[in-house]
Write a protein that binds this ligand. Structure first.
Ligand SMILES: [Zn+2]
Length: 637
């Protein structure tokens, strides 16, 4: 790539710029990912610069991660030079993401070399978690670059190239300029678009064309070829997801969309949204194993919805000019909460889960929130306000601390809002109408349209007049016990508990190697007996058991998931018997007697025949008729 001159043309984009040179720079970046299986990536950058102090930033606030979690600790091998001359550099003592160096007179550009140390063992942590195996890798550009101070990320341009291991294939939404075997040169794009466009690459990579209109495809990398051979019906469900989602919104805000789907037991599992793609990672067998498919069913629907809700419509407090300014997470109950709800109902509408399975899943969500005792001290709003910390909180004490509950509680609250719209409008309107109004026409390329709390209230009132401000204020700030069940109950269903676990409970427990007894004695365990969490006020906690302890034996018999623990809970229905747990805690052993006689309890939704069944109406596939959205000219990044 040839660098354009830093002098000459006056750019309109540079009007807000602080200092010379007046034109936002174009930086070239060449990433060598051929050592990805060794978990190290190398980047070479050419950064236009002139004499004086050069301030460079490593991206800190990562879009979609809602936190200052750019992995600067994994930036290594940093070296700056001009020709043969090595330039010394120093980190800002107040901000680890800021690097400064002095550029000598006469210089036009600085060469930078750096390595990104990808986690070498399986670790969590979103896009900075484990991202490479022997057979695949996900390249997140924000981990591999620096950018100069003085311009917005929309203004700075990058001409990027990537070398992948010999014989590997790749998928990305980033426009490709040229390709020569394993060397790919991408079109010059803004820093915003580059960071919004990760690359998935692997030896076993399958491209599945989904739809022409809108153009969508899946680029799936897996640790073995067999992982990619899903039954035909799976691809049909994903095609249906495209149709149902576009019908819901009536327009879209991307040019073409790539599901970048990584299937591996050796990478971090999460989904990260982008305008024209998503970086979603889950179990190696998530396409070929039915149980695993169910557990991961709502992952891609959630991330796809984000192209509308989160990337296109975005809380004003989350829009920052570059990755250095602070984000504020107070509206994540819309950004993530609404996305979680829409993702769930689209999972059912597209057939990725049956109606029964989706209802069983909703029952699990409601039961979990029903046993979140931390709601007595922490409001739902505070889970959003504190999200940058809560995303990294540990599972221990989750019930009492609360976690990023605005996801699952968002499902229940937005279901409630959907039910209110349907009731208030006499069945003529639904939350789908809000989606069309708020996120819909006209179709555009990627662009960002800001909103505030007032805008959400106003749009809901346009769909159907109601005290939406009061509704959301109550939902966000109350400290009442129990999950918000108004939506489930208003839609004609009731949350009940019985002694039979649903398929969704079995699937989640077997996938997570866990035992969920939060509705009975108030305890979650790993299947080796390790206590993950206990629920304050419930029998296990009342007996003195807490997270981090390990159950060794139950009523005198060695702990094992089903045979002992569940049977003991069943046997404990005799009022004269106590459940006795031998527990190890930091090297000490002790027997705890739990006075509980309720047996095993699992959540379900059952029909309330006194009310119309709105829930199934919401979850059923919607009429497919829709106009063909046209993408407007003048794409804005
Ligand atoms: Zn999300």
């Amino acid at each position: 790539m040839k660098l354009p001159s830093a002098l000459g043309v006056i750019s309109l984009l540079a009007l807000s710029v602080l200092s010379w040179p007046a034109v936002a720079p174009t930086i070239t970046i060449s990433v060598d990912a051929t050592s990805a299986p060794r978990k190290i990536l190398h980047a070479s950058l050419k950064i236009p610069a002139s004499a004086g102090r050069l301030t460079l930033y490593y991206p800190k606030w990562i879009p979609g991660e809602h936190a200052p979690d750019g992995p600067v600790v994994d930036l290594a091998g940093l070296k700056f030079s001009i020709g043969e001359k090595i330039l010394s550099w120093r980190r800002d003592t107040l901000d680890a993401y800021t690097i400064q160096l002095d550029v000598p007179a006469g210089a036009r550009e600085v060469d930078a070399e750096l390595d990104y140390l990808s986690p070498a063992t399986l670790e969590g942590g979103l896009s900075a978690g484990s991202s490479a195996t022997d057979k695949l890798a996900v390249i997140s550009w924000n981990q591999l670059l620096l950018y100069p101070r003085g311009w917005t990320s929309d203004a700075i341009k990058y001409a990027a190239s990537l070398r992948i291991p010999e014989g590997w294939k790749f998928g990305t939404a980033l426009p490709i300029a040229t390709q020569n075997n394993n060397d790919i040169h991408f079109a010059t794009v803004s820093l915003t678009q580059l960071i919004d466009s990760p690359v998935i690459t692997g030896e076993f990579l399958k491209v599945v064309h989904l739809t022409d209109d809108p153009p969508t495809e899946m680029d799936i990398a897996a640790d073995s070829a067999a992982d990619l051979e899903a039954p035909d019906e799976v691809w049909d469900h994903y095609r249906s997801l495209i149709e149902q989602t576009n019908s819901m919104f009536s327009a879209h805000h991307y040019r073409d969309y790539h599901f970048l789907y990584t299937l591996s037991d050796h990478v971090a599992h999460f989904g990260l949204e982008h305008h024209e793609s998503d970086d979603s990672r889950t179990d190696e067998n998530a396409l070929v194993d039915e149980t695993s498919r169910k557990v991961s069913a709502s992952l891609l629907p959630h991330e796809y919805v984000h192209s509308w809700n989160g990337k296109y419509r975005r809380p004003a407090d989350l829009i920052i000019p570059d990755y250095q300014q602070k984000m504020q997470d107070d509206l994540l109950w819309v950004y993530e909460g609404l996305t979680q709800y829409l993702g769930e109902i689209l999972t059912a509408r597209s057939g990725l889960l049956t109606l029964d399975e989706e209802r069983d899943h909703l029952a699990v969500v409601a039961a979990d929130l029903d046993h979140t005792t931390g709601r007595s001290w922490r409001s739902l709003q505070d889970t959003a306000d504190a999200a940058p910390q809560l995303y990294f909180s540990l599972p221990a004490w989750r019930s009492w601390r609360r976690s990023t509950d605005f996801y699952d509680e968002g499902t229940l609250n937005w279901l409630w809002a959907d039910v209110i719209i349907r009731q208030q409008s006499g069945g003529t309107k639904s939350l789908d109408d809000f989606c069309k109004l708020f996120h819909g026409k006209p179709s555009t390329g990627p662009m960002v349209k800001a909103y505030t709390f007032e805008d959400v209230v106003s749009a809901l009132n346009q769909v159907v007049p109601y005290d939406w401000r009061g509704f959301w204020s109550e939902r966000l700030n109350n400290h009442g016990p129990g999950a918000p069940l108004g939506g489930i109950e208003g839609s004609g269903w009731k949350l009940v508990y019985d002694n039979t676990a649903s398929e969704m409970v079995h699937a989640a427990e077997s996938r997570n190697n866990s035992v969920v007894a939060n509705s009975s004695i108030g305890m979650m365990l790993h299947d080796d007996g390790q206590v993950v969490d206990t629920i304050e006020g419930m029998p296990a906690a009342a007996a003195g058991i807490g997270p981090g302890m390990k159950v060794i034996a139950v009523n005198g018999k060695q702990f094992s998931r089903n045979e002992v623990f569940r049977n003991a809970l069943k046997a404990g229905q005799n009022p004269s018997e106590l459940l006795e747990l031998l527990v190890e805690n930091t090297g000490y052993y002790k027997t705890y007697k739990i006075d509980y006689h309720g047996g095993v309890r699992y959540p379900h939704l059952v029909r309330d025949e006194s009310r119309p069944d709105l829930l199934d109406e919401i979850l059923r596939p919607q009429g497919a008729s829709r106009e063909t959205p046209k993408v407007l000219e003048g794409t804005i990044w």
